[in-house]
Design a binder for this molecule. Sequence first.
Ligand code: RTP
Ligand code: MG
Length: 139
Amino acid sequence: MQRTFAVIKPDAVAAGHQGNIIAAIQESGLKVVALKTLHLTEAQAKGFYHVHAERPFFGDLVKFMTEGPIVAMVLEGENGIKRWRDLMGPTNAAEAPADTLRGRFGTNIERNATHGSDAVETAAFEIGYFFNGLELAGL
Ligand code: RTP
Ligand code: MG
């Protein structure tokens, strides 16, 4: 079993897609271990995406991620990190296949509906950034 961190980003929450995205997660067989809604501050968004701090798109990304509420989740399953990234599809939603979440609910390379950890180490950091141990009991 492997845990990963997932976000329904502000664009998808504002458009009301959270229910469909959570349904797709459950239909895929991944388990939602923890879930909460929150509205990130600028400092919180910068901390979450600190690995991208030097990228040219960092300012726009922080602005996007703080524009409205998000849904933060911990998902669990066999090979969970890759399964969740496969379900999301590629970063650029404009080029994502229609049967992926970014293809269905995203718009472009920035406004792409969902986030998923890219490795075991980043999953551990991101889960701990958003959830404490008592919130990870599972369902
Ligand atoms: P994520 O971390 O959100 O799951 O996305 P990812 O691994 O597929 O893509 P990553 O390279 O980590 O980029 C993080 C997020 O930054 C925004 N982005 N904007 N304007 C741009 O060129 C650009 N490139 C990336 C996206 O919201 C992307 O998901
Ligand atoms: Mg990433």
